[in-house]
Design a protein around this ligand. Structure first.
Ligand code: NAD
Ligand code: WQD
Length: 339
């Protein structure tokens, strides 16, 4: 059984679906600080089985001790974290406490229970503003905000833990690029509780008419059409990357660090056009000033993941837009139908 912290969140739910597809039993742990309890029923509809979930916090040492003592947990996938960059600048202590202290609390509980297999959610944010592209795992690391620092710190904690007990741990640090899209069932997807910070959920809400117009942050970047370029990866491909990482760790002790991206750069305007095509709706936009802290371009060299894990992203931009639209349109209709 795999313990999935933050399992009720965006990437967590899709990974639980992928684990179920692979026949791997899961136990979710989530404090629902950024997710809804209703996703559990939806996940159960997808997997055809009830979902085992405990409501609680990864910083609760006593709860973790109980969980490890009472369940046959062989490994952990650790998604639980706060992830809003702007909020992290305003509330750094909350971010360090939740993300860094939460990870230390989890590692202590794992060590005490003798469970030393961990898949960790890192981020392309650890590469800062890359000097060249595509980005390889051995590129220099840097951070420009507390969220990014928290990921770098946690990566360091994991390297130190591996170093202190050589050969005992099996740790994967997975550096995600820009996860988007939704499960093809349309039952689960990204569900921002506030105004979306990220491009795809914002575009999706403009397409449904929930928001009027997309602000395109910057039209003067040194990119083919002047707008920012990213490596968007379908969340179901990302989820399958976690299953592949777990399989890899079974056979390889030590510390693994890999990019999970497609290697394909996509601009903001390409995303807008892709979404218009998938939804059949117009996505009005206006080009405004650059967003502070944004880099012009960021995309992965995904070769290491393919070589080591035998994994690569299979779904294209069209599938990302189609599935995000199916989810967003379905949600908008469900909300509209609600009494
Ligand atoms: P999410 O907010 O949808 O999911 C995180 C889940 O963790 C939520 O359900 C939340 O309630 C839970 N959680 C947070 N703190 C907790 C705690 N202390 N104890 C228990 N549960 C807690 O976010 P996501 O997009 O699914 O991201 C998952 C992971 O991937 C995070 O670590 C995030 O930093 C990382 N990541 C995300 C992206 C992205 O763009 N979505 C990119 C790179 C990395
Ligand atoms: C993508 C592109 C924007 C919104 C962020 C975090 C990063 C990671 C993923 C977790 C950029 C442009 C966006 C909008 C726009 N999270 N944009 N209008 O900035 O690559 O990464 O999320 O680790 O840490 O920084 O993703 O989706 O916010 O932006 O023009 O309303 O879309 O300028 O070029 P980003 P994003």
């Amino acid at each position: 059984m795999i313990l999935v912290t933050g399992g009720a969140g965006f990437i967590g739910t899709h990974t639980c679906a992928a684990l179920a597809d692979a026949g791997i039993p899961t136990l979710l742990l989530d404090n629902f600080s950024n997710s809804r309890r209703s996703v559990l029923d939806r996940l159960a509809r997808i997997t055809g089985k009830p979902v085992a979930c405990v409501e609680g916090d990864v910083r609760d040492a006593q709860l973790l001790r109980q969980l490890f003592a009472s369940h046959p947990i062989e490994g952990v996938i650790h998604f639980a974290a706060l992830k809003a960059v702007g909020e992290s600048v305003r509330e750094p202590l909350r971010y360090y406490e939740n993300n860094v202290a939460g990870t230390v609390s989890l590692l202590r509980a794992m060590q005490a229970a003798g469970v030393r297999t961990l898949v960790f959610s890192s981020s392309a944010t650890v590469y800062g503003d890359p000097a060249s592209l595509p980005i390889r795992e051995d590129f220099p690391l840097s951070a420009t905000n507390p969220y990014g620092w928290s990921k770098l710190m946690m990566e360091q904690v994991l390297a130190d833990v591996d170093h202190a007990e050589p050969g005992q741990w099996r740790i994967a640090r997975l550096r995600y690029f820009n996860p988007v899209g939704a499960h093809e069932s349309g039952l689960i997807g990204e569900d921002p509780q506030d105004i979306p910070n990220n491009l795809m959920p914002y575009v999706a809400q403009v397409a449904t008419g929930q928001r009027e117009v997309l602000s395109v942050y910057g039209g003067d970047y040194p990119t083919p059409d002047g707008t920012g370029v990213r490596d968007y990866i379908h969340v179901c491909d990302l989820a399958e990357g976690h299953v592949a990482a777990l399989r890899y760790l079974r056979a390889h002790p030590g510390l693994l660090t890999v990019n999970l991206g497609t290697g394909r750069p996509v601009s903001v305007l390409e995303m807008v056009r892709g979404f218009e095509q998938a939804s059949g709706r117009a996505v009005p936009y206006q080009v405004v000033a650059r967003r502070p802290g944004d880099v012009a371009a960021c995309w992965a060299d995904p070769a290491l993941a393919e070589r080591l894990l035998g994994w690569r992203a299979r779904r294209d931009l069209q599938a990302m837009c189609r599935d995000a639209w199916r989810w967003q349109d379905g949600e908008a209709r469900r909300l509209g139908d609600a009494p």
